[in-house]
Ligand binder design. Structure first.
Ligand code: ZN
Length: 322
């Protein structure tokens, strides 16, 4: 057995924990509800219990543990700075200090989407010395940037918030307080809200039929199905969101001139229609330099980008040597 590492993906609803090896093979995965109302103590207790459960079931001990955190962290201290969607917002919770004594292995923290970016860099489409931008398009839009093979974080670990590019100066209000952020125009909720409006106004008969009248079944995936089935208005909304995403991609391309842009998260289930529109928008918007050598791809790791990123984070000792 090669070296084994541990990974935790802390989400608002679930905590996912896995052990994996240095080749990115996941050996065992467990999930438990986050129950964030129990506060840092309760949540960290459940994290430690998950790790111990996998240790008991596999008879393996991880060399280190990497944790993807939905917010800002202090990389060096291994503590949280601010988790916007958690009760009490976890200001200055010393996660490493709390977990290390019971787990008896090094513990490293990183923002969750930057962790997914690291996963894609290490085990997905990334390669040594590549320059890459990663967009995670789901409930929100997060991102990460890699320059010359290194994940770049800036002093706050906040570099790469690609979902908060201003795309429409007077657009919808964003959770961050700004107007017209990419996230308000192309995230899962933004797209689904448009789909629900169309169903309610009778303009999306095929989507209505696919969802069986249940508006909670209006998702990026069912919208893509409806568009393929002939719902023109639904297709227009997908193209509109993809076009905005393309402008975001064009902005990061202008900034970094990357070798590669990777699109991940649930919304990319839309597939080719999304990818093609993003590509066309980038070609349309960038005249500064040729863009035909810049690859734009859907994530190779899909839903596992975050958890594999935690494995990579553990392997790379929390990026503290970078
Ligand atoms: Zn924003």
């Amino acid at each position: 057995m090669s070296e084994v590492y541990g990974s935790i993906d802390l989400g608002g609803t679930y905590i996912k924990c896995a052990f994996g090896d240095a080749e990115g093979q996941l050996l065992h995965t467990e999930t438990t509800p986050t129950d964030s109302h129990t506060g840092p103590e309760g949540v960290l207790g459940r994290m430690a219990a998950l790790v111990r459960m996998i240790e008991a079931e596999t008879d393996l001990k991880p060399l280190a543990l990497g944790i993807g955190i939905p917010g800002l962290v202090n990389l060096r201290e291994g503590s949280t700075r601010f988790l916007p969607n958690f009760p009490t917002q976890w200001r200055d919770v010393p996660v490493r200090e709390i977990l290390v004594p019971s787990l008896e292995c090094p513990v490293y923290l990183l923002n969750d989407v930057r962790t997914a970016t690291l996963g894609e860099l290490t085990f997905g489409h990334g390669s040594d010395n590549c320059t890459m931008a990663f967009f995670s398009i789901g409930t929100g839009i997060g991102g990460g940037v890699v320059v010359d093979g290194k994940l770049r974080l800036g002093s706050l670990g906040a570099a790469g918030e690609l979902g908060h590019y201003t795309i429409l100066p007077d657009g919808p209000l964003c959770g961050c307080g700004n107007r017209g952020c990419l996230e308000t125009l192309a995230s899962g909720p933004a797209l689904c809200a448009a789909g629900v409006r169309l169903v309610r106004s009778g303009l999306a008969p095929i989507l209505h039929e696919i969802a069986g009248g249940d508006l909670t079944l209006v998702t990026p995936r069912t919208m893509a199905e409806a568009a393929a089935g002939g719902d023109k208005r639904v297709e227009e909304e997908i193209l509109r969101a993809a076009h905005f995403l393309g402008i975001g991609v064009a902005n990061v391309v202008t900034t970094l001139y990357p070798d590669l842009v990777v699109l991940g998260g649930g919304v990319v289930q839309i597939g080719d229609l999304l990818l093609k529109t993003v590509r066309e928008t980038v070609e349309e918007r960038i005249g500064m330099f040729p863009v035909d050598e810049i690859e734009i791809k859907l994530s190779r790791l899909g839903n596992n980008a975050g958890i594999l990123g935690g494995i990579a984070l553990a392997m790379k000792r929390g990026l503290l040597d970078d």
